[in-house]
Design a protein around this ligand. Structure first.
Ligand SMILES: Nc1ncnc2c1ncn2[C@@H]1O[C@H](COP(=O)(O)OP(=O)(O)OP(=O)(O)O)[C@@H](O)[C@H]1O
Ligand SMILES: [Mg+2]
Length: 743
């Protein structure tokens, strides 16, 4: 089938053809035949790289241009949301019936808002969590959605993220009974069950546009699934490195999956030492440029420096411990072919298109605290393997597992290479997860009786797989908890959310966190300080994993706890009676200490050294802290805790910017962060008024503030700049820049 044969608007066809696609892939053709363009619900289960996104693009454009519809595209990861957003970018040249341009928007952050501006977009790309929060706010425009695309829908099976996706889909079906659902999935063994839940047709294929040779490397030889074998030159003692080098030498790029961040970093370092010899001069120059970009992004840290050092050697690592800016640079320069070998944790396992001719799976086991090592699922193996051989970049691809013994090689062939992906299961029926969803069901008017609640949960994937009676007792227990904590009220059959319950649901926090915050705000007002608030939020389940205290830090943390005893709102468990609880508490205190150091303006490097925390964990902690402090402030307003409001407001702002109170007014200026704010303050510009009165020459001579920024600052504070002064400064700066680049 050709693109020209499709029943979609001509303008769309033209753009697709211009992007180089003229023929449909067989899975795409099957999806069309199954009625995707006639509004039928569809589960498309097809191998990696088989072009599932394009089917979603056809449907989305059809909805927008022909049916005046609106589309939500759900993705599990921010990185994937960014990639999809870029893909929809090509359609912005199209004009709709109403004369306006087609617009795609992306929204992945801030959970406590309805984002009314999203209404202007035709296709909205978002994470499952963001969609869930928008539904809780009952954002008006969500009622207009006519098509929902659920990408990577097999992640329903993921214990953490699966339930959110499940609830979002069930709610959308409830709100808009006519909505079309397009679920994109890896091949799984119970597609029929998934389709039954979504009242959908299903298409399953085994087709892949680029052949993917899967195999196992034992010592120097790869055994492929199809019976082929191939020897790899033994350059080093590590087969993973030999294989990656072999790929680069033959003009390809390699992606190595490691099971932990530490392994990813170690592997990248080992690879870098070897690969440097095969890089050409121009390649090295291009890499030097990338390394500089890394160093000039965000605050200078040692992790950033070691990443830059690796990039100079055409190598890099990618894991959740990296800062977002660095991750994007790494992704881009791997895509551009500059970085030759990339090591990664499963952060890159799903959906992304990368030029990896070879994917190496260094380890098929994963470690989980308290659980030990376990082998990854076939589904996950297939996803990682499928990053190799993407049609945009390569003509073939190979995915290789590493075995140490021939027994292990046999095991890997049987358990992964030849194995069929598992069934997927609903992970909804867990108290911690259900609690927030039960409250949201009531608070956002999806149900107002116990039966109504069961009816809603009866629409979930869980109810398709299990007997709904099985969660009745769980729901009853949760209702009792919500009632006892005054988040719901009951009048006869009717259940309604209280103001508290409604706000908790909108704030997108766990009801248990809300109870901790409410009780914390009520107690101990006299000694309430920033440490009290920071520890209180670290004590809530929504902080996620707290920063781990190392054994040799115990004494220090205990001492800090002693010094700040009066400020803490919660009492630590006795060390000898509840050791696990005590250590968890130390972790909370450590998290509070780290946050406190952050708002005392300690540098990122200092924080990482002192608390042995990686940038990614630091940013995650800061993100959670901002969100929980916002919730704290909002709940304080709700409960009329007036005297605490100045403190909650101030701490929220300080965590957002990472500064002491005295420079808060300065960092509100665009272009002024914690470092420049401090420079201004210490140079005597302590208030906006003082900046307004300052001479622009003086400002532009300060470290890290050139004429351009000085001008921008002056403009923001409403200061006056003489034309000839500005022209002189601009000239000077030009000379300086030129001198620097020539040097
Ligand atoms: N008909 C086609 N002709 C040529 N290239 C195509 C066609 N359809 C899709 N592609 C290209 O194939 C690549 C892979 O597509 P896509 O990312 O949609 O795969 P996928 O099925 O979603 O894989 P995954 O399961 O890994 O997410 C993209 O670069 C896309 O541009
Ligand atoms: Mg995809």
């Amino acid at each position: 089938m050709k693109v020209t044969d499709l029943s979609i608007p001509e303008a769309v066809k033209e753009l697709i053809i211009r992007s180089g696609i003229t023929e449909l892939y067989p899975p795409q053709e099957e999806a069309i035949q199954a009625g995707a363009l006639e509004g039928r619900n569809l589960v498309l289960a097809s191998p990696t790289a088989s072009g599932k996104t394009l089917v979603a693009e056809f449907c989305a454009l059809k909805h927008v241009l022909e049916k005046n519809g609106k589309v939500v595209y759900l993705t599990p990861l921010r990185a994937l949301a960014n990639e999809k957003f870029d893909e929809f970018g090509k359609y912005t040249a199209i004009t709709k019936k109403d004369g306006k341009r087609f617009r795609a928007g992306i929204s992945t952050g801030d959970f406590d808002s309805t984002d009314p501006w999203l209404e202007r977009y035709d296709v909205i790309i978002t994470t499952n969590e963001k969609a869930d929060s928008l539904l809780r706010h009952r954002a008006k425009w969500m009622d207009d959605i006519s098509l929902v695309v659920a990408d990577e829908v097999h992640l329903l099976n993921d214990a953490e993220r699966g339930p959110t996706l499940e609830v979002v889909l069930a709610r959308l079906m409830q709100v808009n009974p006519d909505i079309q659902i397009l679920a994109l999935s890896a091949t799984i063994s119970n597609v029929d069950e998934l389709a039954e839940w979504l009242k959908a047709e299903h298409v399953t294929t085994e087709w892949r546009p680029v052949s993917l040779k899967e195999g196992v490397l034992l010592h120097e030889e790869i055994q492929y699934k199809d019976g082929d074998a191939r020897k790899i030159e033994k350059k080093t003692r590590d087969p993973t490195i030999n294989l990656a080098l072999n790929t680069v030498k033959t003009g390809g790029q390699a992606l190595i999956f490691s099971s932990t961040r530490k392994n990813a970093v170690t592997m990248a370092k080992k690879v870098a030492d070897e690969i440097i010899t095969v890089l050409s001069k121009p390649a090295r120059r291009a890499l030097e440029h990338e390394a500089e970009r890394i160093l000039s992004t965000g605050e200078r840290t040692r992790l950033g420096e070691s990443l830059a050092e690796l990039v100079r050697c055409g190598t890099a690592f990618h894991h959740a411990g990296l800062a977002g800016g660095h991750r994007r640079i790494i992704e881009d320069s791997f895509r551009a072919g500059k970085i030759k070998i990339l090591t990664a944790t499963p952060t890159l396992a799903f959906g992304v298109n990368l030029p990896a001719r070879t994917v190496v799976l260094q380890d098929y086991r994963r470690y989980e605290a308290g659980y030990g090592y376990y082998p990854i699922s076939v589904l996950e193996y297939k996803q990682m393997a499928g990053r190799a051989g993407r049609p945009k970049y390569d003509k073939t691809g190979e995915a290789i597992l590493i075995a140490k013994t021939s027994d292990e090689a046999d095991y890997l062939v049987q358990s992964y290479v030849l194995a069929k992906p598992e069934r997927i299961w609903s992970r909804l029926a867990v108290e911690r997860i259900m609690r927030a969803h039960v409250l949201a069901t009531i608070a956002s008017d999806f149900a107002h009786t116990e039966n109504g609640i069961y009816e809603f949960f009866g629409r979930t994937f869980y109810a398709c797989q299990y007997d709904i009676d099985a969660i009745k007792s769980l729901v009853a227990k949760i209702l009792k908890y919500l009632y006892d904590e005054e988040m719901i009220e009951v009048f006869g059959e009717d259940i309604n959310a209280t103001k508290f319950g409604k706000r908790v649901s909108e704030l997108y926090i766990d009801p248990v966190s809300a109870v901790i915050i409410r009780d914390g705000l009520r107690s101990n007002r006299e000694y309430m300080t920033e440490v009290s608030l920071l520890h209180m939020i670290a004590h809530t389940p929504d902080m996620g994993p707290v920063l781990r205290p190392y054994t040799n830090e115990f004494d220090q943390i205990a001492l800090y706890m002693e010094e700040h005893r009066q400020e803490f709102l919660f009492v630590p468990p006795a060390e000898w009676e509840d050791n696990v609880g005590y250590e968890e508490f130390l972790g909370e205190v450590k998290t509070a200490m780290t946050l406190n150091a952050w708002i005392e303006e300690m540098s990122e490097d200092w924080l990482m050294d002192r608390f042995r925390v990686q940038p990614g964990d630091l940013y995650r902690t800061l993100e959670s802290a901002k969100w929980l402090l916002h919730a704290t402030h909002e709940l304080a307003i709700l409960f009329g805790n007036k005297q605490i409001l100045p403190l909650t407001f101030e701490v929220e702002q300080r965590v957002e910017k990472g500064v002491k109170k005295e420079i808060l007014p300065l960092v509100k200026l665009e272009g002024v962060g914690r470092v420049r704010g401090r420079i201004l303050f210490n140079s005597g510009y302590k208030t906006i008024e003082e900046i307004k009165n300052a001479k622009i020459e003086e400002l532009s001579n300060l470290p890290l503030i050139g004429p351009k920024l000085a001008k921008k600052i002056k403009e923001q504070v409403g200061g006056f700049i003489k034309k000839d002064t500005w022209e002189r400064l601009e000239k000077q700066d030009e000379w300086k820049q030129r001198a620097l680049t020539e040097y």
